[in-house]
Design a protein around this ligand. Structure first.
Ligand code: FE2
Length: 192
């Protein structure tokens, strides 16, 4: 039997080195306003960090945005605008409940400080899970491996890793055992 995968979900990923002073800046953000949305045992800043002129000038306009745009230019990704941006810190045993990012096209997470092998995987649910669950359980596991056919795709975080995925996909973060897991996240909207 032959198989052709069709309409796949695309997850974009690359590495963007983390400036040292960004971690220090995040500890200052931790003393400021919080707006917890999906996080437990941790905190999130309000999601308008890109409107914070000091943060934007120091880390977005002259560093992160040119870097991510350079990466995306290699695949001719269309123009986009940063709709929202925030920093999250997970304390020990912190996690995010499953959620989506409504009103935008793609969501991204840039891992600023991650201790390896401490959990905290980004877990993206398979949107076709309902229709495919029985098949997934019974099919030759080599096929599941080849096409990433699982109930969820779990991504192991690493400092500097950037991942971007369709914002309509339900996702969460599995419990993290690290003391100081810091992520910068955001939503983008494709501009026509
Ligand atoms: Fe999210």
């Amino acid at each position: 039997m032959n198989i052709i995968p069709f309409f796949p979900q695309l997850l974009f990923h690359c590495t963007i080195p983390v400036p040292e002073n960004l971690i220090e800046y995040c500890s200052i953000l931790g003393k400021g306003e919080k707006d917890n949305r999906s996080v437990y045992n941790g905190w999130e800043t309000p999601n308008d960090l890109h409107k914070n002129e000091d943060f934007s000038n120091k880390f977005l306009k002259n560093y992160f945005l040119p870097k991510i745009k350079e990466e995306l230019s290699t695949i001719n990704f269309p123009n986009w605008n940063l709709q929202s941006c925030w920093v999250t810190k997970l304390e020990k045993n912190g996690y995010h409940v499953t959620h989506i990012h409504s009103g935008c096209h793609y969501a991204f997470a840039w891992y600023l400080n991650v201790t390896e092998n401490t959990g905290g995987e980004l877990s993206i649910r398979n949107p076709n899970e309902y229709n495919t669950e029985l098949v997934l359980k019974k099919m030759d596991p080599r096929i599941n491996d080849e096409y990433n056919l699982y109930p969820a795709l779990n991504i192991t975080p690493k400092t500097g890793l950037l991942v971007m995925f369709p914002a309509y996909l339900y996702h969460g973060v599995l419990p993290s055992l690290a003391e100081n897991r810091i992520t910068m996240s955001g939503n983008i909207v494709i501009s026509l």
